[in-house]
Design a binder for this molecule. Sequence first.
Ligand SMILES: [Fe+2]
Ligand SMILES: [Fe+2]
Length: 216
Amino acid sequence: MNNPECIIIQTFITNIKKLIMAKTSNTKKTTSKKSANSKSNGRMGAGANDSMLQDFFVDELKDIYWAEKHLVKTLPKMMKAATSPELKAAFQDHVEVTKTHVTRLEQVFEAMGKKAQAKKCEAMEGITKEGESIIEDTEDGTATRDVGLILAAQKVEHYEISTYGGLHQLAITLGHDAVADLLEQTLAEEKEADSLLTEIAENNVNYEAAGEEEQK
Ligand SMILES: [Fe+2]
Ligand SMILES: [Fe+2]
């Protein structure tokens, strides 16, 4: 793999990637200039601080802020209910990551000159309730319960991924670049958590649970 031809090809590919990235960043700069110009034409753009979209954006931030704070309380219950050491560790790790998400959202509110406020997120409450009923309906110490916990946890992650994905785009539209960066960091961590859960399910837990079914 490290022969001279391979190195030349790899260098060529890296240079092409750099060229594409440079082009993309130029396009982004042009787009944000256009967006700033469109403001003077009375259209939505950077700094539209009193628009309906801005209000909607802040409202959605309150919603995910409540959801993250709620998860700080509910994820430890899922961690305790899990049997697989990998799954327990994944939950434990994500409790810490989720605390960072709460802090990051507080930074987002601050960056926007708003007070950090939580507004009850009915969707997240429903998803976490489903997780609790999975714990009630399955036996302690079984891989079947772990499968259920992974399923519930992935529903949580997918809700967060879609929320942060949408909010990140809105932050760009509204011209809140620093906020967009913060939301993008959290989005990446939610995606990471989701992939880890898939890995745990596919590598171990699902097969163990299938074995449990066969014993019945
Ligand atoms: Fe989160
Ligand atoms: Fe998460």
